[in-house]
Design a protein around this ligand. Structure first.
Ligand code: PLP
Length: 386
């Protein structure tokens, strides 16, 4: 398991280890209570159905929605696709306003629809900290758009967006509002009902549930065209036999986050701040990216100008798991679209490293990570000098 391994895992934005308490529940619903939640003729089905109902309540409790508004999916990518593709129709060209810093799940879905002539994409403005320009948002909304997509927190630089204010603006102009909550749910408070969100995408594996399970919260009364047709599960919005173990795991992870999030995130922020100051004192020209006043507790996104990030990764990769950007785009040799949208200087972009701490990160790992990183940077600096 990652947390017992001698290698240090600081890539929690990409994914998190499953909490052992969640894993026990998942296992139980795989091997003991393995019924199909749609089987109405025996108690195996009844128990699975009940487990799904309880998990639904936990999701609803964590994000402040009604259990009736929760639809389980395979993760945030599917949830986002369902929200956007399910929302639009071929009747007209839908105007969709999005942040340029959105995840590819939003960007690529919109761009595919735009290529088909079904959508027109309007990019909202962000500043050099990836923060949204609310005046520009308001102007854009006042001109009339059909759908707004603003993520709750960015997966690269950790910037937290003012979702409540965005929701108020969206509501004022009567615009349906999709919020990608993948990096935020379970890390910061979210209130779906009170914040004017219409669709909220949730990804289990970002907060200690397994990969391949997530949810889309859909405001009551809002209808979406299904992407997947079949047995009419989940009120017809998302057919397919329910992934009961995954859903139970998601529910358990939500229950634990509701209880433990505040304390865990406070400790994680302290560890992040310690790592940041250790690195800053050892590397004087280190740049910290993102909105430092509104940043995920576990996010530390740094740039060491003049030191290519690939050189650092190559030196540390067997001991320390950090990344150059989002997992989904690593391996692709293009500069991060998030850092590009922030208009950061090219040497800051080329030197960018994303460090992600989570609830299993120890103080000892923070110290070790610091010395691994500093020794890598010093070695590269001496190679570059000679
Ligand atoms: N949105 C954001 C902001 C993410 O960070 C991710 C995952 O990296 C996704 C969407 C996609 O989530 P999933 O892996 O559940 O499909």
């Amino acid at each position: 398991m990652v947390r017992n391994s001698p290698r240090i895992y600081l890539d929690y934005h990409a994914t998190s280890p499953v909490d052992i308490r969640v894993a026990h529940q998942v296992m139980h619903y795989m091997t003991e209570e393995f019924g199909n939640a749609s089987s109405i003729d025996h108690v195996f089905g009844d128990k699975a159905e009940l487990a799904v109902a309880l998990a639904t309540n936990e999701v609803a409790h964590l994000v402040g929605c009604s259990p009736k508004e929760v639809v389980f999916t395979s993760g945030a990518t599917e949830s986002i696709n369902l929200a956007i593709q399910g929302f639009i129709s071929s009747e007209k060209v839908f105007k969709i306003a999005i942040l340029p810093t959105e995840h590819k799940a939003v960007l690529d879905t919109c761009s595919a629809l735009s290529k088909k002539g079904l959508a027109e994409i309007i990019f909202l403005k962000v500043d050099s900290q990836a923060q949204i320009d609310l005046d520009h948002l308001e102007k854009t909304c006042s001109k009339g758009i059909d759908l707004l997509s603003v993520m709750a927190a960015n997966n690269e630089v950790g910037t937290i967006y003012p979702i409540q204010q965005v929701g108020e603006i969206a509501q004022h102009y009567g615009i349906p509002f999709l919020c990608d909550g993948s990096q935020a749910v379970g890390k910061i408070p979210i209130n779906f009902s009170e914040w004017g969100i219409t669709f909220l995408a949730i990804s289990g594996h970002k907060f200690y549930a397994p990969k391949g399970v997530g949810a889309l919260v859909i405001k009551r009364g809002q209808r979406l065209k299904p992407l997947i047709y079949g047995g009419g599960h989940q009120r017809g919005t998302r057919s397919g036999t329910l992934n009961v173990p995954g859903i139970v795991g998601l529910g358990e992870a939500c229950r634990l986050r509701s209880m433990e999030m505040a304390e865990d995130e406070q400790r994680i922020a302290q560890q992040r701040d310690r790592l940041q100051s250790l690195l800053q004192s050892a590397i004087p020209h280190l740049v910290v990216n993102g909105d430092l006043q509104h940043r995920l507790a576990g996010n530390l996104h740094i740039s060491i100008p003049g030191i290519p990030n690939s050189a650092v990764i190559a030196r540390v990769r067997n001991q320390l798991a950090i990344s150059t950007g989002s997992a989904c785009s690593s391996g692709v040799e293009t500069p991060s679209h998030v850092l590009t949208a922030m208009k950061l200087p090219s040497e800051v972009i080329e030197g960018a490293l994303r460090i992600g701490l989570g609830k299993f990160t120890t103080d000892d790992e923070v110290e070790q990570a610091e010395s691994i990183l500093i020794s890598a940077v010093q070695t590269i600096q001496s190679v570059l000098r000679n």
